[in-house]
Design a binder for this molecule. Sequence first.
Ligand SMILES: [Zn+2]
Length: 300
Amino acid sequence: MSLVNETVFDVNDIKPKELDETIHRLHKEFSGKTKLRNICPACSSDEYKHAFDKYKFHYVECCNCKSLYIQNTIELDDYIKYSKELEDNIYSGEKYKKYLEELARNKSSNLELTASRFLNKNTKLKVAYMGSKAKVFQVALSNFDTEFDIIDDNCSITGSYDFIIMDHYMEKVLDLKQLMTTVHKSLNSNGYLYISSRVGSGIDILTLWEETKLYPLEHQNLLSVDGIKIMLNTIGFNIKGLNTPGTLDVDNILNSKSSNIPRFLNYLASFDKENALEDFRVFIQKNLLSSFATIIAQKG
Ligand SMILES: [Zn+2]
């Protein structure tokens, strides 16, 4: 497990307000069409307790691995409709081009580092990309000889790949276990899986709780670090690296308008205690306590 010391910028800093409103509207439209799930997507425990509500969706916390997940999700057909509207409103066209490019560039730097460590530059690699920023990730792998497939938003990955990238994809799927089993099957023996995901055990989510900037349909599964380990090991992956390289959790808390900001953090941030605050950020990174994780795992 190595520590990648990089700054992961906060998408909320540059997320256009209008984009926020569109996602709110879609959540309202789809919140009535519910389907219940009472099993932890990470460890399959059926013991949970209520965590918080967000836009009429109920987050629960698994009593075993502390992952967070929404209990009242929507049917797959509705999810496909939701994704299509999101795509039409946000991801296609020029409107948010700059925002999306900046977002993707930032996220792909970690992939570039990881790929150079684990992948072979001398053979042709079959790569599958699951997410919404394919082009930038393709650029991140431009030093490799790749055949690059982009997987649709409906979990239907088939084939045999040397490298599969799940870019903020794990958070939004209805049946995570089924997806991960399919992903495992779709990897060649000793193939690698790269995941970027928000994690529910991050300090800002645990502190801000219902005030965290989250979209339940985009973040149906907010696995804890332990939950991620349990899930990947159960399915048959060997984890080769797990980092939480985010450095902005503390700033997210301090910059929020929450009334729950711990007095301790405010104290740390004041009176010229900048070094102490920096040490605290490093402590969070080092102990996997930030709410953004990157994982590299090999098919066992
Ligand atoms: Zn669990």
